[in-house]
Design a protein around this ligand. Structure first.
Ligand code: ATP
Length: 293
């Protein structure tokens, strides 16, 4: 059997870190939004006991370090599957970018293993397995607009983000999520994003109420070490975006535009693509699976 799945990337409309736990994990409070930028993955079951991953991207790690491999391996071990799987990855989500590309691929791998080998697991069961691979994996199984708490595994669906355009710019640098969290001084944070206010704005479909509250405490770590992020933010802000922010641990920056400003958003993307320090730029929309988009 062959299964093709789209693995969608995300942005964080708001990202707060509440505290650092004794075990080193950070408790977060984030508003997540899936965007229509995706990797295309094809999974094929094979009779031989092997996991083979082929990709068009040179940025992915060796097969055993690939989170897709880890997801397939884990399911094979837990459910005693002696068959194997061949995976092809068409990578579009920027790597090490703060868009959860790896977590989205892992979520797709868990879903594909469930289908290929008739495991009949619910999304909730897949999410319980997913958190062992990475804190964002349960959210990538759920998708859409959600409040994410705990280390990322406590998820509350929220009403979909109102339609808009999201300009995404990935500077030509990678950022290690681990390094950013290790260097975050939670106790010294002077301001915390108004995540509850943003959730209320989502409930009333108030795009301006959302963009006015966009904030990410990880900017305090990533931006001083990577000033290019600040210049990208400034370029987008100066071009009349409703709000601009770094996503996740960075370096990807996104700016929100009203749907009526389509031409402006496209001009900003063209401007960004001309810059050497920008690896990729796109104008995308929120992807809200529960709304059936
Ligand atoms: P997050 O937003 O969840 O912090 P990210 O967007 O910052 O994630 P990823 O693109 O998921 O980062 O990559 C993080 C690391 O995971 C990279 O250094 C990369 O080498 C590794 N990795 C392993 N498997 C994959 C994969 N399938 N796709 C992308 N990166 C992968």
């Amino acid at each position: 059997m062959e299964i093709s799945l789209k693995a969608y990337g995300k942005i964080n409309l708001g990202l707060d870190v509440v505290r650092r736990r004794e075990d080193g994990y950070h408790e977060v409070k984030m508003i997540m939004q899936t965007v229509d930028l995706w990797d295309e993955l094809t999974f094929c079951d094979v009779t031989t006991d092997e996991i083979v991953i082929t990709s068009d991207s040179s940025e992915l790690p060796d097969v055993k370090d690939n989170i897709i491999y880890k997801a397939c391996r884990m399911m094979k071990d837990i459910y005693g599957i002696d068959k194997g799987v061949h995976v092809t990855v068409d990578k579009h989500i920027p790597v090490a970018a703060g868009m959860a590309g790896g977590s989205a691929d892992a979520a797709a791998a868990l879903k594909a293993m469930n289908m290929l080998f008739g495991l009949n697991l619910s999304d909730e069961q897949l999410m319980e397995h997913g958190v062992k691979l990475g804190a964002d994996v349960p959210y990538c199984i759920m998708q859409g607009t959600a409040l994410s708490e705990g280390i990322g595994e406590i998820l509350t669906p929220l009403p979909p983000m109102p339609d808009c355009l999201i300009v995404i710019a990935k500077p030509a640098i990678g950022v290690s999520t681990k390094w950013v969290y290790q260097n975050l001084k939670v106790d010294l944070l002077e301001e915390h994003p108004d995540i509850d206010g943003m959730a209320d704005a989502l409930k009333t479909g108030d795009l301006k109420g959302i963009t006015d509250r966009m904030a990410n405490v990880l900017e305090t770590v990533t931006i001083p070490a990577n000033p290019v992020i600040d210049s990208v933010k400034k370029l987008i802000a100066e071009n009349d975006s409703m709000g601009v922010l770094m996503s996740g641990s960075g370096p990807t920056v996104f700016g929100i535009y009203d749907n009526r400003d389509k031409e402006l958003a496209q001009r900003v993307v063209d401007m960004l693509r001309e810059k050497d320090e920008i690896q990729a730029a796109y104008a995308v929309s929120p992807y809200n699976i529960r709304r059936g988009m």
